[in-house]
Design a binder for this molecule. Structure first.
Ligand SMILES: C[S@@+](CC[C@H](N)C(=O)[O-])C[C@H]1O[C@@H](n2cnc3c(N)ncnc32)[C@H](O)[C@@H]1O
Length: 388
């Protein structure tokens, strides 16, 4: 296994550069009002203000979540963050905030002393979710809540090693690239893997991929050059390439084109080409719901997208709906039903989308679990949680 994006040194390298946080702020800015409405609406329902009990944020970065929280939470809130440069940035931005240096696996709070643990875009970056879960269960009081928001694209750092361990390689989802689909015949489309809208990843069997690429390479086929770094066979490097390519629209189009040609040629030759489509959000949701279980002292309150919308006269004509969902922004040609549960429903108010635009809408992936008495394991006692 090569030194990679995913090795032991990753966290300090990955979370050491505050310019990443500037980038996140820029991406979030147009959606701030809607995201804030979702965050406040969820917290008003699942963590109503009470008598000054402690609230802890994990992986706080530079304090983005603080800007969206109801002001009544702030006096009881402690931000925790393991990256020193990020923590410094948070303290500069919010000198009045209480912020500490801590990992989510080791929180300096008394057992059963915390009313709510909050996180924004953190659970997808934690390689050891079960240890984090046990730590949160330990510091949370009875009926305390864990509330996680994911408003950006899911970080695949934890998913990729999992795929690679299963012998798969992550590819960009070329089968959903509208520019490429537009020029395909129905026969070619039939050779594509089945994918859902907003699925970001196609995972292909690494051996089948390597075998075919090696064969083309030894035949001097020009397609191999077009694959760029994807012609390499080290799965970790290929996963890194996914990240580089996804962040650059020109590279993404060129890579998608090459991967599409590769798939069409492999499948039209009848080669074994096992490929499946993955939504990183669905994957994270499944991982969280299978981690925060009754046996571990949690009951899931909600896991899924929550949506909000507003009218916006600044959206250019011809686009009645600008939608941000699963980390992607789309200018739609008609008003479509919103993915996920509208935030108004959380307050028991019906929501009706207008029939004409322009509107701006977004979703945030929300996960809420409440600490509950430990359920006994089948055939045994419930496992006592506590610090290791
Ligand atoms: C994508 S950033 C999100 C930052 C911030 N919450 C936001 O959304 O702007 C992920 C954060 O998780 C933090 N993190 C990484 N490993 C962690 C761990 N073991 N415990 C707690 N936080 C961690 C990183 O330092 C980083 O601040």
């Amino acid at each position: 296994m090569s030194a990679s994006l995913f090795d032991e040194r990753t966290p300090s390298v990955r979370w050491g550069d505050p310019s990443l946080l500037d980038h996140l702020q820029r991406v979030r800015r147009p959606w701030n009002r809607l995201t804030r409405r979702i965050v406040c609406g969820i917290l008003a329902t699942v963590a109503p203000e009470d008598t000054g009990s402690a609230i802890v944020e994990i992986g706080a970065g530079d304090g983005q979540l603080r800007e969206w929280l109801p002001s009544a939470c702030l006096p009881n809130l402690t931000h925790s963050e393991p990256s020193e440069p990020f923590l410094q940035r948070l303290r500069q931005r919010f000198p009045e905030a209480h912020a500490i240096h801590a990992k989510a696996t080791s929180l300096p709070f008394e057992t059963a002393s915390v009313a709510a643990v909050l996180g924004l875009c953190v659970f997808d970056s934690l390689p050891d979710l079960p240890t984090v879960r046990d730590e949160l269960r330990c510091v949370l009081r009875q009926n305390g809540v864990v509330v996680h928001f994911l408003d950006l694209a899911t970080n695949p750092d934890c998913l990729f090693p999992e795929l690679i361990a299963h012998g798969e390689i992550p590819l960009t989802n070329f089968a959903r690239d509208p520019a490429l689909l537009a020029v395909l015949s129905d026969g070619q489309k039939a050779l594509l893997p089945v994918t859902k809208d907003f699925d970001e990843i196609l995972a292909i069997d690494g051996r089948a991929f390597a075998k075919y690429v090696t064969m083309l390479e030894s035949a001097g086929h020009p397609l191999v050059q077009q694959l760029g770094a994807y012609r390499g066979l080290d799965p970790y490097r290929l996963a890194q390439e996914y990240m580089t390519v996804s962040a650059d629209p020109a590279k993404l189009l060129a890579t998608n084109k090459a991967l599409l040609s590769l798939t069409l040629s492999a499948r039209s030759l009848g080669r074994d080409w096992p490929i499946r489509s993955i939504s990183t959000r669905d994957h994270l949701r499944a991982q969280l719901t299978s981690t925060f279980t009754k046996v571990h002292g949690f009951q899931i309150v909600y896991a899924g997208p929550v949506s909000a919308w507003e009218t916006d006269a600044t959206i250019p004509e011809g686009c009645p709906m600008l939608l941000r969902h699963a980390g992607q922004t789309r200018a739609l040609k008609e008003i479509l039903p919103l993915p996920g549960q509208p935030i108004e429903q959380w307050a028991g108010v019906p929501t009706v989308l207008p029939s004409t635009g322009p509107i701006r809408a977004c979703t945030v992936e929300v996960f809420v679990a409440q600490s509950s008495p430990l359920a006994p394991r089948e055939g045994g006692e419930g496992r006592p949680t506590g610090r290791h």
